[in-house]
Design a protein around this ligand. Structure first.
Ligand SMILES: [Zn+2]
Ligand SMILES: [Zn+2]
Length: 173
């Protein structure tokens, strides 16, 4: 995703962008997106710097980690970057932006690339174990029935998934 800065005069500009979430790369292959990325905020343009302050929001399509039901998880977070304009010759701007939130720009840069910022943010806020609801009952380990919707007659003692950790610990001893 790019924010065009070519036409911007000094001052504060509102930004309200929509992007294709499938244009970003998330390392977790289980995740897909059908809701557009929304970027809303401000660009403060000065002679020697640009400040981007924006809120990213979208929804991630995930599976409940207990019952495997498809769920949509709201994703949102803040992006704040200070772009400093510089005359220095820069081969790869990413090499120079050692401070997390500062990037160096050429004076003749025409747009701000923010895809890597979006990727980092989405990666950070994605839940590791998404749940359809906090008290999702999960699936029967024998017949696979969804305990949120039905019960079964499997002989196995039904174990609350929250006890899994404790059981694993007991087995280790
Ligand atoms: Zn569930
Ligand atoms: Zn069962």
């Amino acid at each position: 995703m790019q924010i065009s800065i070519e036409e911007l005069t000094d001052g504060v500009h509102q930004i309200n962008l929509e992007g294709d979430p499938n244009s970003i790369t998330i390392s977790d292959e289980e995740v897909s997106f059908t809701t557009p990325l929304s970027i809303k905020g401000t660009l403060t343009v000065n002679e020697d710097s640009i400040i981007l302050q924006a809120t990213l929001s979208t929804q991630a399509d995930l599976e409940c980690s207990r019952c495997l039901k498809p769920i949509k998880v709201p994703i949102s977070g803040k992006i704040a970057v200070l772009y400093e304009k510089s005359d220095r010759v820069i081969s790869d701007p990413k090499d120079i932006s050692d401070g997390d939130d500062v990037e160096i720009l050429d004076y003749d840069t025409k747009s701000l690339g923010i895809s890597h910022r979006i990727e980092e943010l989405v990666q950070l806020v994605l839940p590791v174990k998404p749940l359809c609801s906090v008290d999702c009952k999960g699936l029967c380990s024998i017949c696979g029935i969804n305990f949120n919707e039905a019960t079964c007659t499997c002989k196995s003692a039904r174990v609350d998934p929250r006890w899994d950790v404790l059981q694993a610990l007991l087995k280790e001893e």
